[in-house]
Structure formats: C-alpha cells, structure tokens
Design a binder for this molecule. Sequence first.
Ligand code: NI
Length: 177
Amino acid sequence: MTIRPILEAPDTRLRTISTPVDGIDDDLRALIGDMFDTMYDAPGIGLAAIQIGVPKRLLVIDLQEQEDEEGKPIRQPRVFINPEIYDPSEDRSVYNEGCLSVPDQYAEVERPAAIHARWTDETGAAHDEKLEGLIATCLQHELDHLEGVLFIDHLSRLKRDMLLKKLDKARKANRAA
Ligand code: NI
C-alpha cells in the first residue's frame, strides 16, 4: 500500500478519457489499495484512478459521514469499477464541491439530485442502484474525472479562471514558504 502523488490542475493528464477495466486481478487490487491510502491521507471522500495518473474507469469513495464515540470518521469504503450513470432526476441539488486535484478551492455546482448507477465492485459483484444525496453528487463528480472533466468546468469561465489563479497563487506561496 502506497500513498501516490495526486495530479493537480492544470495538469493535462487530468483531461484524459479513461478506458474500461477489463478484469479484476492482483494489480487492480493493489491499485485500489493505493487509491484508498492516497484518498484517506489527503484527506478526501472520493478519488478517480486518473487523479494518480492511471487512465482506468475506476474510482473509490468513502463519504465518512458518521463518527465513532471518539469523533473519528467511520470508514465505509466503496469501489466503483466501470461505473455508468443513467436516468438522472430533473430535480437538481447544489453542493459546495472541492477536488483533490484542485486543492483548497471550492465552488457551488448544480447537478441532478438523484441518479441511477451501474457498476462492478472489487469482488466482481454487479450493482444497480438509485442514489441520492451526497453519494449521488460525489459519484457524478468522480465520473466526470473519467471523462477528463473537472468540477471547475461546470462554472462560468470567469469563476473558473479565478479559482485557477487562486490555486496558482497558493502554490507559489507554498513554494516560497
Ligand atoms: Ni475531483
């Protein structure tokens, strides 16, 4: 298990369209382990394989919404292999989204409030579920990554440029510190 470097905007590798996973083997299981290590370390609630430079249709999510008695988040890791979304609701919801590839920048993004999704998990089991709330938003955000799309692409050009400028400034300040 290894924490891998996360690609950050405007790295053009984040624009890659990821290709389907064609089988679950030890290499894939090791990659999934690295993705969870990297996501928990960041920390974040979702990570697509392309964010660590692997252009495969694979993502991991753990919303960590509940806490134990000590206030530590309870882990509920979920693996989505070759996920697909269909039948989005007309109802929309707005979340203040962030992304490990656009660190420390947040913006409100409007998306369908509910979706249906099909995917395979790490055991090879097929799922077909209706999802709503944060998991629906998170899955749509992560699926965008598989198409080379970032949440900032849903914003106006003005807002997007502003966020990218802030990101660049923060990076330079970090380097100087
Ligand atoms: Ni993201």
